[in-house]
Design a protein around this ligand. Structure first.
Ligand SMILES: Cc1cc2nc3c(=O)[nH]c(=O)nc-3n(C[C@H](O)[C@H](O)[C@H](O)COP(=O)(O)O)c2cc1C
Length: 172
């Protein structure tokens, strides 16, 4: 898809077809976009977990109890180890949230490019997720998204609600 069209049409989807999984080759291209993301010092302090088994999906879905979230056939989780991320020497700023956000951005854009629906979710219960995925104490979750196909048959063509150019830009 043309890049500006992709930016304008990517949207958070909260309406998934439960019985239409993403083909493996498509899923691989989506993850590859995350793998190619830049990270501070190129440390890549994250892992991508794609949950598709019914057994684990059932446990993971409990971390975010919205009805629409229960339908998607896959949930992608980005998790990582803060001690493996770059830290700024002046003030101990740690880049892990930034690194993960870039990787997640690559993933949701790549998904949209493949016609795959996503919705970046942060309002999950981390304790439920940690237990569902048996994460060790060093591993933190930084974002999740369902992946699947929207039940909407036509693009919603929703006008993006964003601040105006003049509200957010300052030329100094
Ligand atoms: C960091 C982050 C956290 C978000 N968390 C949630 C969430 O917990 N639940 C949800 O339904 N949407 C969540 N969203 C989706 C936003 O609500 C959505 O991106 C925003 O309203 C703009 O809409 P659009 O993605 O359709 O352009 C999140 C998005 C981002 C970037």
């Amino acid at each position: 898809m043309e890049f500006n069209t992709l930016l304008n049409t990517r949207e958070s989807v909260r309406n998934y077809e439960p019985d239409r999984p993403v083909p493996q080759d498509v899923m691989k291209r989506i993850i590859e976009a995350g793998r190619l993301a830049p990270s501070a010092c190129n440390y890549q302090p994250y892992k991508f977990m794609v949950v598709s088994s019914q057994e684990v999906l059932q446990k993971v879905r409990a971390c975010y109890k919205r009805p629409w979230f229960q339908d998607a056939p896959h949930i992608l989780v980005i998790a990582g180890d803060r001690s493996r991320a770059w830290t700024r020497s002046y003030d101990t700023y740690n880049s892990i949230e930034t690194d993960m956000a870039i990787a997640m951005t690559h993933i949701v854009l790549a998904a949209a490019n493949e016609g795959v629906a996503s919705c970046w979710v942060e309002a999950y219960d981390p304790a439920v997720l940690r237990s569902a995925l048996n994460l060790g104490s060093e591993t933190e979750v930084f974002g999740i998204t369902p992946l699947g196909y929207s039940r909407d048959t036509a693009p919603r063509g929703k006008v993006k609600q964003r601040k105006s150019y003049n509200d957010i830009v300052e030329f100094i």
